[in-house]
Design a protein around this ligand. Sequence first.
Ligand code: HEM
Length: 520
Amino acid sequence: MHEQLGVVLNSTLMVLLAPTLVVLILGIISRLRRKPYPPGPRGLPIIGNLMMADQLNHRGLAKLAQSYGGLFHLKMGFVHMMVVSSPEVARQVLQVQDNIFSNRPETIAINYLTYGGADFVFAHCGPFWRMMRKLSVMRLFSRKRTETWQSVRDEVDHIVKVLSGRVGSPVNIGEHVFNLTKNVIYRAALGTKMSDGQDKFLAVLQELSQLFGALNIADYIPLLKWADPNGLSDRLVKARSTLGGFIDPIIDDHLKKKKAVNGHVKQENKVEDDFDIVDELLNFYTEDDKVHQQDSQDIKLTRNNIKAIIMDITFGATETVAWTIEWAITELLSNPEYMDRVQQELTRVVGLNRRVEESDLDKLPFFKCCMKETLRLHPPIPLLLHATSNDAIIGGQYYIPKQSQVLVNTWAIGRDPNSWSDPDRFKPERFLDESAPEIKGKDFEFIPFGSGRRSCPGMGLALFTLEICAVNLLHCFTWELPDGMKPSELNMDETFGLTISKMSRLVAVPSHRLLCPLNS
Ligand code: HEM
C-alpha cells in the first residue's frame, strides 16, 4: 500500500517538476545564447543600482555616459533602465526601431496623475494614441490653427506695454514670460485667461514636473510601496486634486456653452477660430466613464480623458516655452557680444521706427540661430521617457528586454563633444553653417523636440510663440543686469525634474530702444 502511494507521489512530482525543469533549462540556455545587456555600473542584489538614485538626472546620467558609453544599462530594482546618450543610438531607438521603443514607462505618478493612463502624452502607442496624434496634428496644433492664434499677438503686445511702463527698474523676466505663455496656452486651449489663482497654478505645474520626474522606490520594488519615504502619495493626491480644481469648472463651462449653442445653431456652423482645444475635445465627449480608450478604435473621450489631455497641454506647453525664452535672454545677457549682434541685425532689417512683425522673422537668421543654440544647451525636456513594447537588439550587440525604461538624454546629446565643438559654450553662429543640424528631428545630434512618432506635435506653435515673444523683447528694449551685476555673475543653475528651468528667475532692467511709441 505504502509502496503504491510512494509510486503515485513520485510520478505526480515528476509530472509537476518536469515542465518546470524544462522551462528553467530553456531559460538558462536562452540566457547563455542571448546577447548581453549594455554595459553599466554593477548593482547590488535585488536593489540593483537604486543607490544611484541621486544621479538619475540629465547631468548625472551624462557623467555616467562618459564611463559607460552612448548606451548603458542600470538595473533599478526589478526594472531595466537603458540610457541613450549618443546620436547614433538615439537614431536606432527613435527611428530605426521606433515600433519597439515608442511606449511610455508606467510609473505610479504617471498612472495616478493621468487618471489611470487616460491622457495622450503618456499613453502607450496603441489605437487611442494614434487617434489623438492624428487629431493633434490635423486640428489641435495644426499650422493653420497656430497662425490664427490671435492670443500670441495680443499677449506679446501686452507684455511690451507692461514692460514699457517699467523702464529703468528691475523686472522679473521669468515671471513675465511665464504669464505670457500661460495666457497664450490658456486662451488657445481653454478659451479663457486665468485671472485668479495664478500663483497656485504655477506652483502646481512645478509640482507636477517634480512628481513626474521624482524617483519612487515603489516603481522599482513594488513590495516597498508602503514605505513611501518622500511622502509622494500625499503629494500626488494633492497635485491631482488642485489641478482638477482648475480644469473641472472649465470643462463644465464649455459643456454649458455647447448645449446652449446646440440649442440654437448647429455646431458645424461655428467659425473654426472660435473653437478652442476643449471645444475640439468635447466633440468626442462621452458621459460613459467605462469607455476604455486604449482599446477603442473610435475616439470617445471621457471627462477623465479630457482632464488628463488638458493637463498634458497646459503642463507640456506652458513651462517648456516660457523657460526657453528665459534661457535665451539669460544667455544673451551673459554673452553681451551676441546681444549686440542680434540687436544690430534687428536695427538693420527692421529699423528703429517700427515694431517687429511676423513676416520679419525669416529675415533674421542670427536671431533664429540664438533660439536654436538656446534649445541645444537648455532643452526644456532633457530626458525623453520611452519604454519598449518588445525585446530588442541594439547595434547588433546589446539585448534590451521588453518593458525596459529607455531614457534618451537630449541634454547630453546636445553637448556631445563628438558632434559639437566647444560644446558647453553658447555660440549661436554654429547654426549659420549650412551643414549645421536641423531642428526638426532628422539630425540626431540636435533633438530638443524629440524625433519620430513620439516627437513634439506642438513644435510649430512652440517655435512661433518663442520667436515672436523673444524677438519683441529684444527689439523693443535694451537690457541691463541690475545693481551693476557682471554677466559672469549671472546664476545659471538649473532645477531638476521632467522639465528643467533656471533655479532663480531672471531679473533685468529694460530701457527704450525704439524711436516710435511701443503701441504702434
Ligand atoms: C520649446 C517648447 C517645447 C519643447 C522643447 C518640446 C519638446 C517636446 C519633447 C522633447 C517631447 C517628447 C518627445 C519624445 O518623447 O520622444 C514632446 C512631446 C509632446 N509635446 Fe512638446 N515641446 C514644446 C512645446 C510644446 C507645446 C507648445 C505643445 C502643445 C501646444 C506641446 C505638446 C506636446 C505633446 C502633446 C507631446 C506628446 C506627444 C506624444 O507623446 O505623442 N509641446 N515635446
